[in-house]
Design a protein around this ligand. Sequence first.
Ligand code: NAD
Length: 260
Amino acid sequence: MLKGKTALVTGSTSGIGLGIAKALARQGANIVLNGFGDVDTPRAEVLAAGQASGAQVAYHGADMSRAADIEDMMRYSEAQFGQVDILVNNAGIQHVANVEDFPVERWDAIIAINLTSAFHTSRLALPAMRRANWGRIINVASVHGLVGSAQKSAYVAAKHGIVGLTKVTALETATTGITANAICPGWVLTPLVQKQVDAKAAAHGLTNEEATKLLLGEKEPSMQFTTPDELGELAVFFCSTAANNVRGVAWNMDGGWAAQ
Ligand code: NAD
């Protein structure tokens, strides 16, 4: 379905971004990976996912808090594959503290990585998408783009911000073949969330299993994690022709979290 298209997925060496990269590769899209840590394992996983459809995989290690790195990554993606047709803004970090205790440098980093980076990638990807009159921008927001939680001021502000950016991008491209939409997951068991499970286990003297149940029970009525594979399939739907006129939505996949 996506053979001949190129997808840049930020923060795709782990977790949700890796799940989305694999799902898009399975559909035949060439993939530009980005993110920190081990690159060989995620690269091999994405190559294996795209093997049957001949998808190619490249990697750029841009730090998404730096505009100059992002500009370099966009140039690199175009040099590798011609242009970016599908842009998945996924890189993100978390920090948990009350507003009055929130470290200023953590606030700045979360806004830069979780929000401002998507502005930079979008502004740089849109001209080629407009020339092709086809494009997909998928912003991985969060249920925290729709509702708040205590101690997550920077994250909730950034995620509400990216939902707003998604709507404006969708309006500015509404008469074109480019769509912009946001995905709003509830809990997904990735390293970002395991750190929060670990913190609960340490704070309350619980086992990993007990702390996981506590975390899910506080917010997610289904008592189940959403998986990176499920989120990957939602991204594939946004890239399909069936989604040609889905514009500016913030689509939650959250086990009923925001329905409460
Ligand atoms: P993760 O920690 O597994 O992956 C984060 C990815 O971002 C990694 O590849 C990491 O290397 C990369 N990254 C971090 N800082 C970066 C930087 N400065 N520059 C480039 N890459 C950077 O986390 P995840 O849970 O898969 O989160 C991915 C996205 O999904 C985030 O935007 C997060 O807010 C969002 N999200 C996660 C959950 C969840 O429950 N895990 C829920 C809702 C939304």
